[in-house]
Design a protein around this ligand. Structure first.
Ligand SMILES: Nc1ncnc2c1ncn2[C@@H]1O[C@H](COP(=O)(O)OP(=O)(O)OP(=O)(O)O)[C@@H](O)[C@H]1O
Length: 270
């Protein structure tokens, strides 16, 4: 294997703190986010769950200013995101979303290096592309493939590599693995959690899958009607003391596990 540049170049990278202070966003009469206040400690992995339309994506997009709140502020390490240049802010934050949207006419290396090309008009050096492919567990010779030559899971891995290319401390992930089959989804979730720890990131991940949130996050926020109605650790969620919305979500994987156990117990013993 060819040697690669160390990645990230600052090996002591650590994710920032993120604070939402009275953040609200309306679309006409729809209240997408309703005076949300919450804090995320540096290096924490937060999963945001909740029913469709509860405001999860809108809250995440307020962090990288894809959404401008009507009221309140979002602070990263104490600084209001509105005080940052928008392009500089977005370059400093990794953003991964469902169906990642790779450029179809660009190969994997060019897709991973798109941020570098926009910022400095230079392609990302080959050794950095190789290091990023290593990080997301893709073969290095994928660098020259076009997106159409990759599976959905491989494309999402390229999306994660692209998000990591700017060496962000903060990663925003909006249903990043939602379109993948359950086995690939589980593997990518586990590998991303390991990357989160290894790189010392702060991660905010929207997911519809409570089991994913319970297994990979440090804190889980449950949203309902634009508000955070529960903010707790996975253990506290499983203990069932986080309110009816949280309990309804935890009940799904719990019931599934119970039913599978019951089916296994009904199998004839050898
Ligand atoms: N650009 C927009 N224009 C109008 N209404 C919007 C816009 N974006 C979001 N909304 C509305 O704001 C509310 C919150 O939307 P949001 O996408 O944040 O929910 P979500 O919890 O992420 O939903 P889902 O799980 O279905 O992705 C919804 O009622 C949605 O219809």
């Amino acid at each position: 294997m060819a040697p690669t540049a160390p990645f990230p170049s600052t090996l002591c990278a650590h994710g920032p703190a993120v604070a939402f202070e009275g953040v609200s966003k309306h679309y006409g009469s729809v209240v997408a986010i309703d005076a949300v206040s919450a804090t995320i400690l540096p290096g924490t992995f937060v999963a945001i769950v909740g029913s469709s339309g509860s405001g999860k994506s809108t809250l995440v997009k307020a962090v990288n200013r894809l959404v401008e709140p009507d009221a309140g502020s979002v602070r990263i390490d104490g600084q209001d995101v509105l005080e940052r240049e928008q392009h500089e802010l977005r370059r400093s934050i990794g953003y991964v979303f469902q169906n990642i949207g790779l450029f179809p006419h660009m190969n994997v290396a060019q897709n991973i290096g798109i941020g570098s090309r926009i910022a400095s008009r230079k392609p990302l050096p080959d050794d950095q592309v190789a290091a990023l492919l290593d990080l997301v567990d893709l073969p290095r010779d994928f660098a020259t493939r076009l997106p159409e030559q990759l599976s959905g899971g491989q494309q999402q891995r390229v999306g994660v590599a692209r998000a990591l290319a700017g060496e962000p401390g903060l990663m925003l992930m909006d249903e990043p693995f939602g379109a993948l089959d359950p086995v690939t989804r589980e593997a990518l979730g586990e590998q991303y959690r390991a990357l989160h720890e290894r790189l010392g990131l702060t991660t905010i991940m929207v997911t519809h899958d409570m089991a994913e949130a319970l297994l990979f996050a440090d804190r889980i926020w449950v949203m309902a009607s634009g508000r955070i109605v529960a903010d707790a650790s996975p253990a506290e969620m499983i203990a069932g003391q986080c309110g009816p919305e949280a309990e309804a979500l935890v009940a799904v994987p719990r019931l599934q596990a119970d039913r599978i156990t019951a089916m296994r117990n009904m199998q004839p013993q050898p």
